[in-house]
Design a protein around this ligand. Structure first.
Ligand SMILES: [Zn+2]
Length: 158
């Protein structure tokens, strides 16, 4: 009985969103996943329609998948060198401790907000950028040296 109920090409019963039952969507309307499978992305276009279907796994109501127009879809942007630079910069920012300004070599734990050595210092020292520990050894609070290349490359061997 889900066919007639979900077949609503004009969206009168679904807030204006054209609605189709599973597998009855017209050609040219694809889900995000289907677009990605052919190297496309929605590209900022609004949702054109939706598929609704009943799922035994979902007790709260019908499941929905949103559809986009293939002719408005754009090619997925390839990773250019400039985009890799941006990605690396963002990752480096996530690894850089705001207390001691060093690249910790790992993404800082969100609940700490600092590198692990800084998090173990007393509160009052944590925000001093030039705190010293162990009687003047400067920035060597950690017991072991950090295992970090400055620019870890994903494809590098072991
Ligand atoms: Zn730190």
């Amino acid at each position: 009985m889900s066919g007639p109920r979900f077949f609503d090409p004009d969206g009168h019963r679904h807030g204006g969103t054209p609605t189709y039952p599973y597998k009855l969507a017209p050609d040219g309307l694809l889900t995000y996943r289907q677009l990605r499978a052919i190297g496309l992305r929605p590209g900022g276009q609004p949702v054109a329609a939706q598929i609704l279907w009943r799922s035994r796994l979902c007790k709260t109501g019908p499941r929905a998948a949103y559809l986009y127009r293939r002719e408005l879809a754009l090619p997925v942007r390839p990773m250019t060198p400039a985009r890799w630079v941006a990605v690396h910069a963002a990752n480096r920012a996530r690894r850089t401790c705001p207390a001691c300004r060093r690249d910790a070599g790992y993404v800082l734990p969100r609940h700490l907000g600092t590198c692990l050595p800084c998090s173990e210092l007393p509160e009052r020292d944590a925000d001093m950028s030039d705190h010293t520990v162990n009687g003047g050894y400067g920035h060597e609070p950690r017991p072991t040296p950090p295992p970090q290349p400055a620019e870890p490359s994903p494809g590098k061997g072991v």
